[in-house]
Design a protein around this ligand. Structure first.
Ligand code: MG
Length: 373
């Protein structure tokens, strides 16, 4: 996501300036980008990342989660693109919104684990949340100037992932290499697995609930294998709008940077209705992809449930990528963690982060049990 953002910025010289950059631990790659874009401040999440680079520390590079939060509230910055992977993205989102910035949000976990806290941070600091996810970007574009009470229903599209047509029996044998071959979107490993299990779509339903203030029974999902229609909005008068475009993250990124205006981009402007046809829509098969229902139900339950779902899913996906649990075992790990932590309440950021840790260790224990069993 970070690289795609920079690729969009590279194509629009003079329109944007890059003030700060962060990454997990790829020092060399980040160094080249910092030089290319003239970023003044740079931080890496991994606290050991700069051990062999005192030269970079000397010019102000830093490490650790707190340094990334500092970048998110840096003065003189209008837009923070938050593409941190996982629950670690929550604090930078809150920091950016409290500092009154536009937070172009590609980190799903912010709204999923702490939707209420994030919305309150935006109110407190005057910050603005603009989604980068293609589905939520589509909804934002379709909603336009409509009022909330004029929106009847949101319909998110899902590609269905690489296992869309696979039988329940074959799903049990599916391995990481198969799951990582996504048919339409080119993304990181975690989100690609989430798109194969449809956990990703459940997370997006929860995000949509917080972004657009609609109850869960007015947010639907349809499978749309070619990912041309990015979502629909149905209005109270029966009119339905959708947003379409090639499945590239650069489109929602550019939109999040320029909204409510648009910049010309000849590279992204290549839509042809004849090659986009036919547009096919199918129901979600909840029996074969149980993580979808588990996740949406966690959203409905509220409290700590979405944070537990998210954390347990991260642990389970990691275990699947290492070959420790099967594809269908991912849902079992998440379900066990949800049952164990049922009814936990969360009111503060510390409580969210604590639930996140507890859910992770509960899920890890379940993975351990499955490996032994
Ligand atoms: Mg998406």
């Amino acid at each position: 996501m970070g690289r795609s953002t920079l690729s969009v910025i590279r194509r629009h010289p003079g329109q944007f300036g890059v003030v700060a950059l962060s990454a997990h631990r790829s020092v060399a790659a980040l160094e080249a980008l910092a030089v290319e874009f003239g970023a003044r401040r740079v931080a890496l999440a991994d606290s050991g990342a700069l051990e062999n680079r005192p030269d970079l520390v000397a010019v102000g590079w830093g490490t650790g989660a707190d340094r990334i939060v500092e970048l998110a509230r840096l003065g003189g910055v209008d837009i923070v693109v938050n593409a941190v992977v996982g629950a670690a993205g929550l604090r930078p989102t809150i920091a950016a919104l409290e500092a009154g910035k536009r937070c172009a949000l590609a980190n799903k976990e912010s709204l999923v684990t702490a939707g209420d806290l994030v919305l309150r941070a935006a109110q407190r600091g005057g910050g603005e949340l603009v989604p980068v996810d293609s589905e939520h970007s589509a909804i934002l574009q379709c909603v336009g100037s409509a009022r909330r009470e004029e929106i009847q229903r949101l319909i998110l599209t899902a590609s269905g992932g690489p296992f869309r047509g696979m039988s329940a029996e074959d799903l049990q044998q599916a391995d990481a290499a198969m799951a990582l071959r996504h048919p339409t979107w080119d993304m990181g490993a975690k989100i690609t697995i989430d798109s194969a299990t449809l956990a990703n779509k459940a997370l997006e339903v929860i995000e949509a609930h917080f972004l657009y203030g609609l109850p869960y029974d007015r947010i639907d999902v349809v499978v749309h294998p070619t990912s041309i229609v990015h979502s629909f909005v149905e209005f109270v008068d029966g009119s339905v709008l959708s947003q379409m475009g090639q499945p590239t993250m650069e489109l929602p990124i550019l939109h999040a940077l320029t909204w409510p205006r648009r910049l010309p981009d000849p590279v992204l402007r290549d839509f042809d209705p004849r090659t986009a046809s036919p547009l096919v829509f199918e129901p979600v098969d909840e029996a074969r992809f149980p993580l979808f229902r588990l996740g949406v139900d966690a959203g409905r339950i509220g409290g700590a449930a979405p944070a537990v779902f998210n954390a347990a899913n991260e642990v389970a996906v990691e275990a699947f990528l290492k070959g420790m649990v099967s594809f269908t075992g991912i849902a079992n790990v998440v379900e066990a963690a949800l049952e164990a932590l049922e009814g936990t309440a969360v009111a503060t950021l510390d409580e969210v982060l604590s639930v996140d840790r507890t859910a992770r260790s509960r899920a890890a224990a379940e993975v351990e049990r499955m490996v032994r069993g």
